[in-house]
Design a protein around this ligand. Sequence first.
Ligand SMILES: Cc1cc2nc3c(=O)[nH]c(=O)nc-3n(C[C@H](O)[C@H](O)[C@H](O)COP(=O)(O)OP(=O)(O)OC[C@H]3O[C@@H](n4cnc5c(N)ncnc54)[C@H](O)[C@@H]3O)c2cc1C
Length: 137
Amino acid sequence: MPDYETLEHDVLVIGAGGAGLRAAIEASAAGVRVSLVCKSLLGKAHTVMAEGGIAAALANVDERDNWKVHFADTMRGGQYVNQWRMAELHAKEAPDRVRELEAWGAVFDRTKDGRILQRHFGGHKYPRLAHVGDRTG
Ligand SMILES: Cc1cc2nc3c(=O)[nH]c(=O)nc-3n(C[C@H](O)[C@H](O)[C@H](O)COP(=O)(O)OP(=O)(O)OC[C@H]3O[C@@H](n4cnc5c(N)ncnc54)[C@H](O)[C@@H]3O)c2cc1C
């Protein structure tokens, strides 16, 4: 009798930070069997240390913001050596991902009229950081 167990899954996600968890949710939603492996305590990834917040061009605080400005800020911040297609996808999809987190129950600070509050952060032309105090992660 071996002292190990063999588990079978369709998708194996390595890492349980924000990227791994979101990948696992997406794979699971596609109806496949998913397992998730991490080497630290579940919930203790770097993602929970991201206290500043999430950059997403929701334009809740400054209506001049949009994905193109976010994309330009990201490329400039990366000294133009970043992978432009990844930066483009990130800038385009971030607002939907933040709204998704909100729908799943994540807490955010609010504007006076109840929208997700956004603040300035390094490299952002307009207030873009969705956050909850200094404990967003
Ligand atoms: C202090 C701090 C503050 C930050 N503030 C911000 C911020 O305000 N805004 C922002 O956007 N970003 C911020 N960041 C960056 C952000 O947290 C990371 O870019 C993001 O969390 C990375 O997510 P991830 O899922 O790719 O990786 P992580 O969250 O690092 O998750 C990696 C996962 O992989 C697992 N793993 C690693 N190696 C193995 C292995 N060999 N086998 C199995 N599992 C493994 C780990 O256990 C973990 O579960 C901050 C980072 C830090 C450290």
